[in-house]
Design a protein around this ligand. Structure first.
Ligand code: MN
Length: 490
């Protein structure tokens, strides 16, 4: 990423005065990172420039973009927070500080001695860091996305680690912020590194199937366009292709049967207002036969992350199954850019609230962010808060646990240490005979909670038995146990 390109991009979005500030930030960052190189061999500053470019693209405000350029300076160069505070807005300094703290926190987790007694505390700090200003998380997402985009230059073990962490932590975070486009980018890249064979295989399968289905879709498309034209409903119609990773997830759920997946392609209809969405839904149902169990009204009851749309799956007279998604332009923008889109719509309001140190008003459908901010404010003020409670709002069905060297893993709620052992490696799972949680021995029936540090003790003579299944939550571990038993039985 070149300086001139990013500046050009900024000119399209910010005032001349703001662009000047931004240029100053680029100068400072270039100077601070002078001599440093990325693993690709490029000058280091190409990375913060790329991060800033993503943030501009996502429609973030100027303070966030400037903080994006400076996001690695405090940690990796001689620049200080005071230097930044002197040059720029107080907000910029706060954002860079937040991103730095998040980074430090994660490094600290790798150092077991300093970390073990402070397990809960680190989680609290993490929540404070992201709760104080959600723009910190958005900068982190841009940082992570660019690191994934340049992952080919890192050694294999680092690739795996970064990819797994991105899939388990950063993609769900993007999803919670309803940043759909970013979530998909993070998932596709991570998955392509974690399971390259499966990724390539599914991509090919999808291509074959899309080729076959595009003809049948063309006729449906024409039909709909004609009818909407007659009803004088202005609209935009396009096709949405399922991502490889979401196809993979769905295949796992439906027992690997690609024919059971109806929504490889969905037709998306974008109209001007909410009433028209329902009108179009009615029209589609009058033309084709709807499958009642697959009609979803996310307009009257949005998803937890604020996603809104009508979904329906229909059977055409030619007996083709087609999924439709109907929404307004604003809903669509919000589904793609999520929280970042609300900065675009309410930039002034939001930044005002932030700069006054008040808790920003969030769209009501992103209640969890306001909850997070309320809790963060109370924690900062030294109040006792039940952090466990909060975690439930954030990742309601997940626990986050750590290996002894601080790597973070996400598992479904109710998982046991044995699930964890299998998650690390099936060889560790099948030879597990005891577990230490936070240094203490526990049984196979122990249920993991967020913050647990797990050590798996193995012995080569151990073999999986049928009882193990009752302690396992994760399908993959169960499947491994079953196949081990089968193999040992032969
Ligand atoms: Mn970075």
């Amino acid at each position: 990423m070149k300086k001139s390109q990013v500046l050009e991009q900024a000119k399209g979005q910010f005032s001349a005065k703001q662009v000047k500030q931004f240029e100053r930030a680029i100068e400072i960052a270039s100077k601070a990172h002078a001599g440093q190189k990325r693993a690709s061999g490029e000058p280091y500053v190409t990375h913060p420039l790329a991060v800033a470019s993503l943030l501009i693209d996502w429609g973030l405000d100027i303070d966030t973009v400037i903080a994006g350029v400076l996001h690695d300076t405090i940690e990796d160069t001689n620049l200080t927070l005071e230097d930044i505070e002197r040059e720029f807005d107080h907000d910029v300094a706060l954002l860079v500080d937040g991103v730095t703290k998040l980074g430090k926190l994660r490094k600290g987790m790798r150092d077991i001695n300093s970390y073990l007694p402070k397990t809960k505390d680190n989680l609290t700090k993490f929540l404070i860091a992201i709760g104080e200003d959600v723009r910190v998380v958005i900068i982190k997402l841009a940082d992570r996305l660019h690191n994934l985009q340049t992952l080919q230059f890192l050694p294999h073990d680092k690739q795996q680690k970064i990819a797994r962490e991105s899939l388990e932590i950063f993609a769900p975070l993007a999803d919670r912020l309803n940043m759909g486009r970013v979530r998909v980018q993070l998932e596709e890249l991570s998955f392509s590194y974690l399971d390259p064979h499966r990724y390539k295989y599914l991509k090919k399968q999808m291509k074959n199937r899309l080729g076959r289905s595009s003809k049948k879709l063309d006729s449906v498309r024409e039909h709909i366009t004609r009818e909407l034209g007659q009803a004088k409903i202005p609209h935009q119609l396009d096709g949405r292709i399922k991502s490889v990773y979401s196809l993979h997830k769905k295949l796992v759920k439906t027992d690997q049967n690609i024919d059971a997946i109806y929504d490889l392609i969905a037709l998306r209809i974008i109209v001007d207002d909410k009433d028209l969405c329902y009108q179009v839904l009615g029209l589609i149902h009058s033309l084709f036969t709807p499958m009642p169990s697959r009609i979803k009204d996310y307009i009257s009851s949005p998803k937890q992350n604020g996603y809104q749309s009508l979904h329906t799956t229909v059977l055409t007279p030619e007996e083709h199954i087609v999924e439709f998604q109907i929404r307004t332009a604003q809903m669509h923008d919000y589904a793609e850019r999520g929280l970042a889109a609300s900065f675009h719509y309410n930039e002034q309001k939001l930044t005002d609230a932030y700069s006054k140190g008040k808790i920003a008003k969030m769209p009501a459908n992103l209640q969890w962010i306001s909850d997070l901010q309320t809790v963060a404010a109370r924690l900062s003020a030294g109040e006792e808060v039940d952090v466990e409670q909060l975690k439930i709002n954030l990742f309601s069905d997940k626990v986050f646990v750590y290996s002894p060297n601080g790597d973070i893993f996400e598992l479904p709620i109710g998982s046991s240490p044995l699930d964890f052992a299998y998650r690390i490696h099936s060889d560790i799972g099948k030879n597990a005979y005891a577990f230490k949680i936070n240094g203490k021995l526990v049984g196979f029936d122990y249920k993991l909670t967020t913050g647990d540090v797990i050590e798996v003790l193995t012995r080569r003579s151990i073999k999986p038995s049928l009882d193990w299944l009752k302690w396992l939550q994760t399908p993959k571990a169960k499947q491994k146990v079953r196949s081990s038993i089968k193999k040992n039985g032969k």
